[in-house]
Design a protein. Structure first.
Length: 102
């Protein structure tokens, strides 16, 4: 991506295109214009417009034009969007634990 070779650089095969399910539950591609709403309605994916936002997970700045994942949250009595690097979001969304079989 445009955010360089750092630990948060992301390679997206069909850059500028999102895959989502249509009303017939078939996968379709749509251009990334602005934000993409997930089926949950609380997430959005877009390119950072300024580079001022920080990642909620790792606290590092999100570079201008880098992809970011936004989530709705409550802060100081109002609803705000909090941002994360895509990799930080995935790391926080997936938990792997070793369990005893038995």
């Amino acid at each position: 991506g445009k955010d360089g070779p750092g630990k948060h650089s992301t390679s997206i095969p069909n850059e500028g295109v999102a895959e989502e399910r249509n009303n017939n539950n078939k996968m379709v591609q749509s251009p990334l214009n602005g934000s993409v709403k997930s089926g949950v309605g609380l997430l959005q994916v877009e390119r950072a417009s300024s580079g001022r936002a920080s990642c909620r997970a790792c606290k590092e700045k999100i570079s201008k034009d880098a992809y970011r994942v936004g989530m709705q949250a409550w802060a100081s009595g109002r609803q705000v969007t909090v941002w994360q690097h895509p990799l930080c979001f995935v790391r926080g969304a997936v938990r792997v634990e070793k369990v005893d079989r038995g």
